[in-house]
Design a protein around this ligand. Structure first.
Ligand SMILES: Nc1nc2c(ncn2[C@@H]2O[C@H](COP(=O)(O)OP(=O)(O)OP(=O)(O)O)[C@@H](O)[C@H]2O)c(=O)[nH]1
Ligand SMILES: [Mg+2]
Length: 254
């Protein structure tokens, strides 16, 4: 198997412009400094595409945008709602001037951030195959988007270690059935969502949270959902699985 690093380097070398696709909910965690350094080293233009922008508030998006604009042009996209795609097309055409052949647009990013979905939403057709299970795109694939734009879709470029299981859960790289510490991951999700948008969390699960820790909150949700074992205690794994699924399916807004 060709290593991820070699594949990414090759795409950066071949492309006329790169898209670094990041997850709006985790802009810093899904940026990759090594990839950015290589792009800058080869003096290629690049655009930071903040995808899944439907999952966070406009205010948070603007904050992230103003921070990242210092590094490269930033475009918000929701592949789900098909928003931001015209802007992205314009930004690509404005960043490179190539006549007589297609502009090659390399699309890079962590697993599951929505690289293939972004390509499809710009192209307007489901040309690049997508999936909720990460690691879906294997090898590189060319997708013709019309008006002289040719995308290069790539697999998620960053292999994670076992120790990054929390991040794998939060980013949806592994689903609940593939996570070892489901309760631990669910607690991280609870912390993240409570920190960002407590009211939405309370109304989604129909619970009232004072100053309980994330473990107690998990128990509270288990009770509310009536996920109980024979002796009446909360089925924590079942509750954790539900929270992970709700988060990964984009039901908990932050
Ligand atoms: N809510 C929401 N979900 C999205 C968006 N874009 C992608 N998704 C979902 O995120 C998951 C991953 O999307 P993909 O396009 O397959 O992601 P990828 O980066 O190509 O993933 P790999 O090929 O596995 O590296 C799918 O379940 C998509 O439906 C978006 O803008 N909003
Ligand atoms: Mg893909």
């Amino acid at each position: 198997m060709v290593s991820y690093k070699a594949l990414v380097k090759n795409v950066i070398k071949k492309a006329d412009i790169l898209l670094e696709v990041i997850d709006a909910r985790f802009p810093e965690e899904t940026r990759n400094s090594e990839v950015e350094r290589e792009i800058i080293r080869l003096n290629k233009p690049f655009i930071i595409v903040i995808n899944k922008s439907d999952l966070i508030s406009r205010e948070k998006l603007e904050k992230t945008k103003s921070r990242l604009s210092k590094i490269a042009p930033v475009i918000f996209v929701s592949s789900k709602d098909r928003s931001g795609t015209t802007m992205l097309r314009h930004q690509i055409l404005a960043s490179v001037s190539i006549k007589g052949r297609n502009i090659l647009v390399g699309t890079l990013g962590y697993p599951n951030v929505g690289k293939s979905s972004v390509i499809n939403s710009v192209t307007g057709r489901r040309r690049a195959s997508t999936s909720p299970i990460s690691g879906h795109t294997k090898g590189i694939q060319h997708v013709d988007a019309g008006s002289g734009i040719m995308f290069i879709d790539t697999p998620g470029v960053i292999p994670f270690d076992e120790k990054d299981e929390y991040l794998q859960g939060l980013l949806g790289i592994k689903d609940a059935t593939h996570l070892k510490d489901q309760i631990g991951v669910a607690m991280k999700i609870i912390e993240k969502v409570l920190d960002e948008n407590k009211a939405a969390f309370e109304s989604f699960y129909n619970v009232k949270i004072e100053d309980e820790n994330s473990y107690d909150v998990l128990e509270l949700i288990g009770k509310q959902c009536n996920f109980l074992q024979k002796k009446g205690e909360v089925d924590e794994t079942r509750t954790a699985t539900k929270i992970i699924n709700d988060w990964q399916n984009g039901l908990l807004l932050i």
